[in-house]
Design a protein around this ligand. Sequence first.
Ligand code: C5P
Length: 398
Amino acid sequence: MLSGKHIIVGITGGIAAYKAAVLVRLLVRRGAEVQVLMTPAAKEFITPLTMATLSKRPILVENFNPENGAWNSHIDLGCWADAMVIAPATANTLAKMACGIGDSLLLTTYLSARCPVAVAPAMDLDMMAHAATCQNLETLAQRGVAIIEAESGELASGLSGKGRMAEPEVIVEALERIIGRPQTLKGKRALVTAGATIEAIDPVRYITNHSTGKMGYAIASELAARGAEVCLVSGPTRLECPQGVRRVDVRSADEMFEACIQEWNGSDIGVMCAAVADYTPEQVSDSKIKKSDDDMCIRLRRTRDIAANLGACKEGRVLVGFALETDNEQSNAVAKLQRKNLDFVVLNSMRDKGACFGGDTNKITIIDATGECPCPLESKADAASRIADRIEQIINNK
Ligand code: C5P
């Protein structure tokens, strides 16, 4: 997949720069043509000789050669590359990328690059957790930069936490994903909801359901891999945010509603995969409700329907809903299609083996105004790909 591809490897000044040697070696071994760009600080961590030898080309640091005035054109480099990866990416370089500062060849090339760009952050845990770094990464992700998440573990400082650069093999896999996929949804913005909501009864108890968010996360990941800018509004889950996806964390149905209404502005696609509570306690007790010998009754009020509200102001956008049914599956799904003004409904039946909560497989039926299309039992990733294909078809026929 990487054979013959032009890849720029940008190296910045962090101790993880030594791993860039392995990264370049792996890329060259896969047949890629690699151009290494280093910041001046990176040369303190790993020598240009090492990187030039491994990449089989002179590395570039400065905009021009002070000896003879030869110009290293960031514009030509930006056009040449099929992908650019900055590994390691320090907090400093990430901040400059987010602000559009171009005070090195590496940064001006990033600003000129027309290809997909990925960053593999590496820094100490406190720098990694700093609000400025988090915000810069979020900004870059929103602009379509793929963030290859740092790992947790022992750091060069002796401290332990999140900040270790992803292993070179992981970075190569990410590049294969980025380069290998046609960016058919580039320029589109998608809103995906996922997971269960949590409706508080008191500070201790709540009402929820069994949804784990796996299907919604698979869809967010698939849309992002096709180049869409994805906002994932997620109920509490244990899942990692997919590569290149911006996640907005919410708890209750009301919080999810507010986040979605805000994000729907400017979105082209909505996929409502969350298992949103239909009812929430009318009153949330400030203190723990004490038990008594009597039975108790909690009065519930209806929550607002997010999909129906987005459907009411759809205006030519694509909106997809989910239906999880135990009885009258088809007729309930068709009713939802109409009531919520959806383009299609993805039906899951609780009767199907392999379509249960938390599993890695699903058996969906896609229902639209023209009829229904039952699909085989497949991985949630394959089901997500099928759903994304349908969305693309609708966009292309509009
Ligand atoms: O009406 P029902 O809850 O069965 O419809 C399910 C679909 O509606 C799903 O796509 C779900 O995400 C969405 N939904 C919603 N807001 C709610 C309830 C359901 O967006 N309050």
